[in-house]
Design a binder for this molecule. Structure first.
Ligand SMILES: Cc1cc2nc3c(=O)[nH]c(=O)nc-3n(C[C@H](O)[C@H](O)[C@H](O)COP(=O)(O)OP(=O)(O)OC[C@H]3O[C@@H](n4cnc5c(N)ncnc54)[C@H](O)[C@@H]3O)c2cc1C
Length: 261
């Protein structure tokens, strides 16, 4: 089975700042890390590879700096890495990004499953996997917590919902985004890290993908109107008292005064 995992390199979240005056997000310098949710997608890709005696590759839209994230995936046992990289890709919104990835997947050729994280922790849109499936015109199952069965041109997966989960049968090829409950990602071995350093990362430009700039980069359809940090929550209140009964009475009083009970 041919498995492709979509991997985004993200900055370390704690270091991101919002410049409200300039209406933009300031990203920290440095190589960044593999989007945490994509680590679960890579692990699932490797498990499916082992389960089906298949091949697992990773693909990312990024810059030269993204190579480090792809090497981290190679160190885990991924077979190949593809970096879609071009100045024309700058300023791409989620729909544009999905178009670029779909072009990369089409160039790659035969694949059975495309795995992705449920969302990227920096932009948080959770749009790309569904949009990739739409671009490829293949089925999708998002927020998957278990791949129950896979093979013979179909997969049965558990898709997380607010109330529990749906069991979904998909024909392959399909796009599946995963949640962190799906597995426990492995750590790279020293041997894997050494081998990853020597592997070639395949680079494809817009021209390689047959993209002429329409609908991608500066021609994206989304326009950012405003950027602002989320409103801070009011501080919690600690109820103190002389004994547990006293604290319980005071808490009860507060809840009643605030018409919560
Ligand atoms: C108007 C506009 C302009 C933008 N300009 C820029 C810009 O100049 N530079 C920039 O870096 N960002 C830019 N962005 C943000 C960029 O569009 C998003 O980071 C990108 O589309 C991914 O969206 P997301 O982070 O919400 O991913 P989600 O949809 O939350 O990601 C879900 C999953 O999709 C996969 N995925 C997401 N992104 C990638 C990727 N790059 N490669 C492979 N797989 C991926 C991963 O598996 C991920 O877990 C812009 C956004 C907008 C709206």
């Amino acid at each position: 089975m041919n498995i492709v995992v979509l991997v985004k390199q993200v900055p370390e979240i704690a270091l991101i700042k919002v410049d409200t005056a300039a209406n933009r997000v300031e990203l920290p310098q440095g190589p960044g890390v593999v989007n945490p949710f994509d680590e679960f997608a890579v692990e699932e890709g490797l498990r499916l590879k082992e389960r089906t005696d298949g091949k697992c590759v990773v693909m990312s839209v990024g810059t030269e700096r993204t190579e480090s994230a792809l090497r981290d995936c190679l160190a885990l046992g991924v077979d190949e890495a593809y970096l879609l990289c071009d100045e024309q890709f700058n300023d791409s919104d989620q729909q544009a990004l999905a178009k670029i990835l779909a072009a990369g997947l089409k160039k790659l050729g035969a694949f059975d499953v495309v795995l992705a994280g449920k969302q990227a922790v920096d932009s948080d849109a959770a749009q790309v996997p569904g949009a990739v499936a739409a671009n490829l015109d293949v089925p999708q199952a998002l927020f998957v917590k278990k791949v129950e069965a896979i093979g013979d041109g179909k997969a049965v997966v558990y898709r997380t919902t607010e109330d529990g989960y749906d069991v979904v049968e998909l024909t392959l090829p399909a796009v599946i985004s995963v949640v962190k409950e799906i597995n426990e990602p492995r750590l790279p071995s020293l041997k894997g890290k050494m081998a990853a350093k020597k592997k070639t990362i395949v680079r494809w430009s817009a021209a390689d993908l047959g993209l002429d700039g329409s609908g991608i980069g500066v021609n994206s359809t989304t326009k950012t109107v405003k950027v602002a940090p989320p409103q801070s929550r009011p501080k919690g209140e600690l109820v103190e008292g002389e004994s547990p009964d006293d604290i319980a009475d005071k808490l009860f009083e507060k809840l009643r005064n605030n018409q919560i009970i």
